[in-house]
Design a protein. Structure first.
Length: 201
């Protein structure tokens, strides 16, 4: 893990100031390669914490370390992905859909997000608990509400909230249905459309 981040730092440090579009394109390619290489970072970090934390860290310290690590990781990836996306649009390598600014959707529809994520959670629920039908998710309120957000991130958040709520609902109202069916629903960044903060992010 240390070598992964040190290597990325050394590559960035060696890049001279960017003065042309060609240099920016090359820079974006380098950044994308780093983003791809760092997809393994969180799984490796989680594995390392699980193995080492019980002997060397208190649970609260481990939680704080992971939270800080994930926050900084999400921030770096957002900056990198936004720069790559805006550069691609500016250079004509990609069309920008209406309502989007880079990776940011200025018109996220709350109802659509909740309904899409609820279907993914139901699918995961049925896989985890064969023969058990998941609770229904009712969407009410201001259904046409829109807001500005990064879709992958809000999808991950809503997916996790609904996943935990659905399992807790069944556990509270029909605990016998979960007997012998495992300990709960597992997370999946691929199913929720994110890298994990998984990141997302």
């Amino acid at each position: 893990m240390y070598n992964l981040y040190w290597s990325a730092f050394e590559k960035f440090r060696a890049i001279p100031p960017i003065t042309t579009l060609t240099e920016n394109t090359e820079f974006c390619e380098t950044v994308q390669q780093m983003l791809d290489a760092h997809l393994i970072a969180i799984p490796q970090l989680v594995m390392g914490i699980a193995e080492a934390a019980p002997q060397h860290m208190q649970p609260r310290q481990a939680d704080r370390f992971m939270n800080e690590m994930l926050r900084s990781r999400v921030g770096r990836r957002v900056l990198a992905e936004q720069h790559i996306a805006l550069s691609a649009v500016f250079e004509g390598r990609r069309e920008q859909d209406e309502g989007w600014i880079g990776i940011v959707n200025t018109r996220c529809v709350a109802e659509d997000i909740v309904r899409r994520c609820s279907e993914l959670v139901k699918e995961r629920f049925r896989e985890s608990f064969p023969g058990l039908e998941p609770p229904e998710v009712e969407v009410d309120g201001q259904l046409d509400a829109t807001f500005v957000y990064i879709p992958d991130h809000i999808d991950y958040i809503i997916f996790e909230l609904l996943k935990n709520s659905m399992y807790a609902t069944v556990k509270a109202h029909a605990p016998e249905a979960l007997e012998g069916a495992g300990s709960g629903l597992s997370s999946s960044s691929s199913n929720s459309g994110t890298e994990t903060a998984s990141g997302s992010q």
